[in-house]
Design a protein around this ligand. Structure first.
Ligand code: C2E
Ligand code: MG
Ligand code: MG
Length: 450
């Protein structure tokens, strides 16, 4: 029997963060359920049916958040939690916890918990959204803490009860803020240690490229996409979705990106010297930060000079979202590279906010239908319509269209039927090391000529 050697890989940064966020949602859902049931019973005894109904809603919301968290729909669960908690804290502060000269209000302290939780959860979101949500919580906290606002109703709890409530509220809100700060510090420490590792990894040569074949509807291999991999000494393989955003935040994407370009071009030259592979194209992902460097065109030129690669074989992949700023500068650089013979592919097409107007101005060669549309192309009519729209658009603008993430024969057949004849996906091959790619190429190109 085979036993794994060495320690099992630790959870990666993203997994740990996701686990913490899910825990936060579970605690929030449990809190709503407990509060809903507790206050519900209390107000049933008092015969306050309007509040009992509100408590039943609270219970329902708590259960819904738990179900969403269980289904890993964390974003929706989070917004439901923040929205309902916000309303709940304000309502309880104004209706039940009305301050008196003897006992001040304490329910509003939970607004601070909510503010920190929002900051934590929305850390990768747009800065406006993040500060709008946390800002609203802080404003509500300040207003409730600085005034004795309250609704003079029969529901206001007596001071004797609110006195005990002060202890409960202060204890739990302090524990809440403390736990969230603890999570934040843990996230930060892991983040910075991964950043240090990323720097070391570059020096130690822990990065390598894998290549995913791109094929025609006849099964002929026309090229490959170079995809970056990081073998971390203790974490094992860290997915690019985790370390590329970090590399972008820290600026390390610049040396990393130039290593990718140099390595990919060196590989391409090796392949070009092999039988039948002279016309192979290689797509290289380029981050917007790389593209924004004033000397990016010269950098590409010098890599091509150094390695001896033919510009016509090189294709740079830009994502749609990277075109959001400085379009004029990007177009200028694209045109200069295009004049040298370098090709361009627009990656993840359909996921950004593209204006059709800019598409006709970009000197592109290829559109890549994003895998999120390909995945459900057979089951979701909207995704099918988007895929067909991209194919039509590509055709009328004279770009080739390639579908990525093709996993089944059914998806391939649908795409062929709708006039898409270039594919990349697990149906053909996963991204593989260079030697395996050569084997795949020889096997499939030879087979398609038979
Ligand atoms: P991308 O450029 O859109 O690359 C396609 C991703 O889809 C790759 O993930 C590939 O392994 C995956 N994929 C391909 N076929 C299938 C399929 O049939 N099913 C599924 N489920 N997935 C498929 P990977 O290698 O994890 O890369 C993720 C992203 O990281 C890339 O998305 C790209 O944005 C970025 N990336 C990778 N290498 C580099 C690089 O050298 N530089 C930069 N700037 N970004 C890179
Ligand atoms: Mg790509
Ligand atoms: Mg893509």
């Amino acid at each position: 029997m085979l036993t794994p050697s060495g320690p099992p890989p630790r959870s990666t940064l993203g997994e740990l963060h996701k686990r913490r966020v899910r825990l936060m949602l579970w605690v929030g859902a449990a809190l709503l359920v407990v509060l809903g049931v507790g206050w519900g019973l209390f107000f049933i005894l008092k015969g306050a049916w309007a509040i009992v109904a509100a408590d039943a809603v609270m219970l329902g919301v708590g259960i819904s958040i738990a179900v969403l968290a269980h289904r890993k729909r964390t974003r929706m669960a989070f917004f439901l939690l923040v929205g309902s908690m916000f309303v709940l804290i304000v309502a309880m502060s104004l209706l039940l916890d009305v301050p008196t000269a003897q006992v001040p209000r304490s329910t509003h302290h939970f607004m601070l918990v909510l503010a920190v939780a929002s900051l934590l959860f929305l850390r990768n979101d747009h800065v406006l959204l993040r500060y709008a949500v946390t800002g609203a919580c802080f404003v509500a906290f300040v207003v409730l803490a600085s005034t004795n606002m309250g609704i003079d109703s029969a529901y206001a709890l007596p001071d004797s009860m609110r006195m005990g409530g002060t202890w409960v509220n202060n204890t739990f809100s302090a524990i809440g803020v403390y736990s969230l700060m603890h999570i934040m510090i843990a996230d930060l420490a892991e983040h910075s240690s991964l950043e240090v590792d990323l720097r070391k990894g570059l020096v130690r040569g822990e990065f390598f490229l894998v290549y995913q074949p791109q094929v025609t509807s006849q099964g002929q291999v026309t090229g490959a996409e170079a995809l970056l991999r990081w073998r971390h000494p203790t974490l094992g393989l860290v997915p690019p979705d985790e370390f590329i955003p970090l590399a972008e935040q820290t600026g390390l994407i610049l040396p990393l990106g130039s290593w990718v370009l140099g390595t990919a071009c060196t590989q391409l030259v090796v392949w070009s010297g092999q039988a039948g592979m002279a016309e192979l194209t290689l797509s290289v992902n380029v981050s917007v930060q790389q593209f924004r460097q004033p000397d990016f065109v010269q950098q590409v030129q010098s890599v091509m000079d150094r390695t001896g690669v033919r510009a016509q074989q090189l294709k740079l992949e830009l994502t749609e979202s990277s075109l959001a700023h400085d379009m004029e500068d990007i177009i200028l650089k694209m045109e200069k590279l295009k004049a040298l013979g370098v090709g361009f592919s627009l990656d993840d097409f359909g996921t950004g906010y593209s204006s059709l107007n800019y598409l006709k101005r970009l000197p592109l060669d290829q559109l890549k239908i994003d895998q999120s549309f390909v995945r459900d192309v057979l089951t979701d009519p909207n995704d099918a319509a988007i895929a067909c729209m991209v194919i039509g658009l590509g055709k009328s603008l004279h770009f080739t269209v390639i579908a990525e993430g093709v996993e089944t024969e059914g998806q391939r057949a649908f795409l062929v039927q709708n006039d898409c004849h270039r594919f990349q996906g697990y149906l053909f091959s996963k991204p593989v090391p260079s030697a395996q790619f050569s084997e795949y190429f020889l096997k499939h190109t030879a087979a398609s000529h038979v």
